[in-house]
Design a protein around this ligand. Structure first.
Ligand code: ATP
Length: 435
């Protein structure tokens, strides 16, 4: 069994000092109010695995809202509370958040009713969780600070790297756990326990997953596709027969495996180059997975998965852009027709990163891949050196001609026809003189 001082040593070694201080402060406020306070869940799991996790979840044996409010008043934080659920979020002035729950037992008076919340013990609270590895708690009160509480053999499972449910009805109770199991297994490099895997297979066979609404299914899928190694999760989904819940036409054929690997390759390449550029990498994988569907089937899938209306339209548009715009470029290249940089630029300009990456992964043409890569690494950042002021000085009347002239100058720059500001001004002069 792990000793308190070992847990404390782990905290000192792996957590930023500020976090350790906050954990002690939480315990002290618990002492003042005579409430027992624990850090629980993913935070504890990751601490023991030496994985960075800043999401502190706290459970209070008693009134968590009172606890959160007292803590907040002493440390200058704000509190957002949900009286009905006995939960609160402590928000620090810099935005740092701590989730606080009261040990509770939720039960449903009638199907479809909101849960009625009652107090229960920490053990009951932890029993409601998805997997053993998420059931660890660390006591935070002064005299027991660092004590690891392990009711369900979580520490053993962490050490043997196993994902295990707490009881046989777990997946029936909540089918999203099937996807969570896959996500944790792949992310942590664990293995779903044999019995747990059998329960998943059973849940699939008994069609419990059909009960899962599209919205929840999408949320789980997106999370799997947002993991560092989405292919492992997709592979596991395939082997458990789960891809058909996206659409029966989605299958992990050898060709799809290659397509996904290509997608992973371009996504990693892009992420390395452009760390800060926001885009939805999950969408790129999603487009690849659904590559074989017709537009109608794709639309239907997005509708069933309750993709937000505007985003559904965007996704469908992305498929079209890949097919039509970049497809045209591709066909031209296939006919060995000359395509200069400005044509690449004006074809790809304004297209979402997702489309460019999707097409780059999808295309079998090395030349097309090169064009898209060139666009990202070089062309996209190019601008004319002259601007509106210069055109004004050259006597151009403000109007649509401005844009046309600047695009013309940009074309020349992209194609290496002008190198300096003077060249650009000269070019505009020539155009204006009709030379
Ligand atoms: P992540 O790093 O992905 O956020 P996490 O373990 O913090 O992992 P959350 O999804 O934030 O996971 O959930 C917080 C805790 O709530 C988990 O540790 C888990 O025990 C519990 N939990 C979340 N979803 C479920 C569920 N569907 N069934 C049971 N328990 C759940």
């Amino acid at each position: 069994q792990v000793k308190s001082r070992e847990v404390e040593a782990l905290m000192n070694k792996h957590l930023p000092q500020r976090t350790t201080v906050i954990l002690h402060d939480l315990g002290r406020v618990g002492d003042q109010l005579d409430l027992t306070v624990y850090a629980v869940g993913g935070f504890v799991r990751d601490l023991l695995l030496d994985i960075q996790n800043m999401d502190i979840d706290v459970t209070v044996d008693g009134d968590g809202i009172l606890f959160a409010e007292t803590f907040a008043s002493q440390f200058g934080c704000r509190v957002k509370s949900h009286q009905k659920f006995g939960t609160a979020v402590i928000v620090f002035p810099d935005g740092f958040k701590i989730d606080v729950a009261s040990t509770r037992l939720e039960y449903y008076v009638s199907p479809g009713a909101l849960p009625t919340v009652e107090r229960s013990s920490l053990k009951m609270d932890l029993y409601r969780r998805d997997f053993t590895v998420n059931t660890l708690a660390i006591a935070l009160n002064g005299d027991s600070f660092g004590k690891l509480i392990d009711y369900f053999g979580a520490y053993r499972d962490l050490q043997s790297r196993v994902i295990r449910v707490l009881h046989n009805l777990s997946f029936v109770e909540d089918p999203t756990r099937v996807f969570r199991a896959i996500r944790f297994e792949q992310r942590l490099n664990f293995k779903i326990a044999k019995h747990t895997e059998d329960l998943i297979k059973n849940a699939v066979k008994m069609e419990f997953l059909e009960k899962l609404g599209g919205r929840r299914l999408l949320a789980e899928l997106v999370q799997i596709l947002r993991e560092k190694e989405p292919l492992k999760g997709v592979g596991r989904m395939a082997s458990l027969g789960l891809l058909r819940f996206i659409h029966p036409g989605v299958e992990l054929t050898p060709a799809m495996q290659v397509a996904l690997e290509e997608t992973r390759y371009v996504v990693s390449w892009f992420d390395l180059l452009y760390l800060e550029r926001p885009y939805e990498s999950w969408s790129v994988y999603f487009l690849t997975l659904c590559e074989g569907l017709t537009e109608e089937q794709f639309w239907g899938t997005c509708t069933r998965l309750a993709v937000a209306e505007h985003y559904k339209e965007r996704l469908v548009e992305m498929r079209r852009q890949s097919e039509e715009l970049i497809g045209n470029l591709e066909r031209k290249l296939a006919r060995s027709e000359k395509v200069d940089n400005s044509e690449i630029y004006f074809t790809l300009r304004g297209l979402p990163v997702e489309v460019l990456l999707y097409h780059m992964a999808k295309s079998r043409s090395a030349e097309v891949k090169r064009c898209i890569s060139l666009y990202f690494t070089k062309l996209d950042g190019m601008h004319p050196q002259i601007g509106g002021e210069d055109l004004k000085e050259l006597g151009v009347e403000p109007g649509p001609l401005y844009r046309e002239l600047l695009d013309l100058v940009l074309s020349a720059r992209l194609n290496g026809k002008v190198a300096s500001r003077e060249d650009e001004i000269q070019l505009v002069r020539e155009v204006l003189e009709g030379v």
